[in-house]
Design a protein around this ligand. Structure first.
Ligand code: SF4
Length: 380
């Protein structure tokens, strides 16, 4: 559909809306709506949560991904901003105090390299003309060259590549023009630069799956995520829950239930921070995580032979397997018990431990922390 949008604000609103349609979970977007251009989400940047403008340079796209609202065959108004227009609009939002970061992506508007060049030109203007020193996240487009990846890594705090699906077959079923091998190579290059310790894209590389779009079980997503964390040292994998978009081939497909998305994130934490491997996670016969209990509790309940664990003797790795004990509280336990054995529930509470949650699985100086709590209570 030809663009009939005339004002910059109208175009900007459309491009922000298109970008927000693919917002990652956990992002609080559209926090305020003071005027047309005020669609903002909050994300962690440099350890703090800051308001970030997420926007596309163009919502025109030559690809026809089955889940996407702006796919080539969708009948929607299209528009593309010039790098100068978008950089100036962003700089003015920064000046007004509305945003403190930029997340920039684009549809594939004709030649991928040319589109990527325009994204880079926008980021360069933001950095060099408007001297913006805050958070910039650049999405790498399929087809970006090695030179473009390096330039993006110089300009941005974070660079990312959306893999969308965990295997070539799954990807082909929802995004036939995308090549998982090529996307992975791009992500590898992004990770190599970001992890080289030369200050390039220092916030680390990320990716995103459209969880549930290709009917893939949780196991496939988490196996892929585990590989990405171990081999590429990815900073984060995001699971954007599939939502059907009217007018697309997947319009009648079911949305990913919120509880499944939550379970994916909980399991992802176990892979990243708790030393779990994907094949230890408690999948059912269909390869999905259970609804009834979070994955760590479900794992512990399935491994009762390993519990109860004596908190004064358990290793860090063992502590991390106990429901209610996280990386920080495990460190505090190890620190405290260097001086003297832990004996009191109040010491566990001081370590930030949810005692009612861990009590069925531990011994404190030879005794259960609370005799009142039932052993292996399913809802502990
Ligand atoms: S490449 Fe696919 S997901 Fe990305 S904008 Fe185009 S149609 Fe949408």
């Amino acid at each position: 559909m030809a663009s009939r949008l005339s004002s910059l604000d109208e175009k900007l609103e459309l491009l922000i809306e298109a970008a927000c349609d693919e917002a990652s979970p956990g992002e609080e977007r559209l926090v305020r709506r003071l005027d047309l251009s005020d669609a903002i989400y909050h994300a962690a940047a440099g350890g703090r949560r800051v308001p970030i403008l997420k926007v596309l340079l163009s919502n025109a796209c030559q690809n026809d991904c089955a889940y996407c609202a702006i796919r080539a065959s969708a009948s929607v108004p299209r528009c593309t901003l010039r790098p100068e227009e978008l950089a100036a609009a962003f700089a003015s939002m920064v000046q007004r105090g509305q945003v403190r970061g930029l997340f920039l992506s684009s549809g594939l508007c004709g030649d991928a390299r040319r589109t990527m060049d325009k994204l880079l030109a926008t980021a360069e203007l933001v950095r060099k003309r408007y001297l913006f020193r805050g958070y910039v996240h650049l999405k790498l487009l399929p087809g970006a060259t090695a030179d473009q990846v390096e330039q993006a890594a110089r300009l941005a705090d974070r660079i990312s590549v959306n893999l969308e699906a965990p295997s070539p077959d799954r990807l082909a079923s929802i995004a036939p023009q995308k090549d998982l091998g090529a996307l992975l190579s791009l992500l590898e290059e992004a990770a190599r630069l970001s992890r080289a310790g030369k200050g390039l894209a220092p916030a680390g590389p990320t990716t995103q799956f459209v969880a549930g779009a290709a009917h893939e079980p949780d196991r496939e997503l988490l196996q892929a995520a585990d590989m990405l964390y171990r081999k590429l040292r990815l900073e984060r994998v995001y699971y954007s829950g599939f939502r059907p978009v009217p007018g697309t081939p997947l319009a009648q497909a079911p949305a990913l239930p919120e509880w499944r998305q939550q379970r994916l994130y909980e399991a992802d934490f176990l892979l990243r921070d708790y030393g779990f491997r994907w094949d230890e996670l408690p999948f059912d016969e269909e390869g999905n995580l259970p609804r009834a209990a979070d994955p760590k509790l479900a794992w512990a309940l399935a491994h009762r032979e390993l519990f109860p664990l004596e908190l004064n003797k358990a290793t860090r790795a063992q502590l991390l397997r106990v429901p209610g004990i996280g990386p920080r509280s495990a460190e505090r336990i190890l620190r405290l018990r260097r001086h003297s054995p832990l004996r009191d529930v109040s010491q566990l509470q001081a370590c930030g431990i949810r005692v009612e949650r861990c009590a069925p699985f531990v011994l404190l100086d030879g005794r259960r922390p609370s005799a009142q709590l039932p052993l292996f209570a399913p809802d502990a």
